[in-house]
Design a protein around this ligand. Structure first.
Ligand SMILES: Nc1ncnc2c1ncn2[C@@H]1O[C@H](COP(=O)(O)OP(=O)(O)O)[C@@H](O)[C@H]1O
Ligand SMILES: [Mg+2]
Length: 338
């Protein structure tokens, strides 16, 4: 059973030190990720959602060891079937993994070097990893451009000659160039116009079906990930508060925070009226999180001292449906379609 998991993250923590004063003494920690566990199966898309500041990007960057984790394990099954803990790998052992695990970044403007042609940008990973050069590289670049819906005749052009959506396609082609086994897409459409978002999402959906991508898809908006994701994990202040198959989460959220996110998803049928739940206030600072359940100050159901005093743990309340809420068994929260 475990064999089918390509990634298993256990109790991952990323605490950034806060340094103050002349001597830069550590006076506290920003607990950006504070005990996160999840697993991703081969050819599965896991959506990771939550408002800005919840720790999504930090999870992605830590899993790829762009940051060293404070604690926790990141078990990854390599192409050769080995199970390795990325969390404890030595720097020189990480480089070969960069080929298998790759990231698509949010901002297609700053993530592409403006002085390189599209051919260089997409071909560079092939050169670095010694996979193709010269004519072979050019052919591969042309095939990748076609794959993501770009005209290969434009490979000698520079990023500024393309629109935002096309630039994100270049970023996706660059990520795909090494045929990675695991992709972490960090808000890949958030910087794009709404009309272009749908096109890039459709592209990713098509690539997922065609290439069988294994993807962690990060977004602050549930409506962006709901169609592409097989399962969705909802993050709040450094923790996963709910995780389940996508449809289940949308129809039947068990955490009040997830209920609020679901209420913001526009219904497919415009005749269905939904009651949008507006969350008061902001995401609390992970440097100084609230006591008990971190969501209690914004929760409209929190009514007992337990919510304020006791931290809830993530529990499997229904098969494959995990939630961290003291009231999860009592509440009947609204999802989409009832
Ligand atoms: N390199 C860093 N150093 C210190 N704090 C950071 C760093 N990166 C992120 N943070 C903080 O960690 C929290 C989570 O950030 P992030 O992972 O970017 O959230 P998200 O991607 O969900 O918006 C935020 O409070 C952010 O300010
Ligand atoms: Mg982010």
């Amino acid at each position: 059973m475990n064999d089918e998991y390509i990634l298993e993250v256990n109790n991952l923590k990323q605490h950034f030190p806060i340094r103050t004063g002349f001597f830069q003494r550590v006076t506290g920690h920003i607990k950006a990720v504070d005990g996160v566990s999840f697993a991703v199966k081969r050819n599965e898309v896991l959506g990771l959602v939550g408002e800005s500041g919840c720790g999504k990007t930090t999870v992605g960057r830590t899993v790829l060891r762009l940051y060293d984790p404070t604690a926790g394990d990141i078990w990854y099954r390599t192409e050769r079937g080995e199970r390795i803990n990325v969390a404890t790998l030595k720097a020189r052992d990480i480089k070969p993994l960069r080929r298998e695990m790759r990231m698509i970044f949010q901002d297609p403007f700053s993530s592409l070097n403006p002085r390189r042609t599209v051919k260089d940008l997409i071909g560079e990973p092939l050169l670095i990893h010694g996979i193709a050069k010269g004519k072979a590289m050019e052919e591969r670049v042309a095939a990748l451009m076609t794959e993501v819906g770009l005209d290969p005749n434009y490979m000698e052009r520079y990023p500024h000659e393309f629109s935002g959506g096309q630039r994100q396609r270049i970023g996706i082609a660059r990520t795909l160039s090494l045929s990675p086994r695991l992709i972490i897409a960090d808000e890949p459409v958030s910087a794009l116009d709404v009309s272009v978002q749908a096109q890039v999402l459709n592209l990713l959906q098509g690539l997922k079906d065609e290439l069988g991508l294994t993807l962690i898809f990060i977004a602050h908006d549930l409506s962006v990930v709901e169609h592409i994701s097989d399962r969705i994990a909802v993050m709040y202040v450094g923790k996963i508060v709910e995780m389940s198959p996508s449809e289940e989460l949308l129809r039947h959220p068990l955490h009040p925070y997830a209920e609020a996110l679901v209420s913001a998803v526009p219904p497919a049928d415009p005749d269905i009226k939904t009651q949008r739940i507006i969350l008061e206030g902001d995401v609390p600072s992970p440097a100084n999180p609230p006591s008990g359940c971190v969501f209690h100050p914004r929760c409209r159901y929190a009514n007992q001292s337990t919510c304020v005093e006791v931290e809830p743990v993530l529990e499997e309340i229904e098969p494959d449906h995990f939630v961290a809420c003291h009231l999860a068994r009592e509440l009947h929260l609204a999802g989409i379609g009832g």
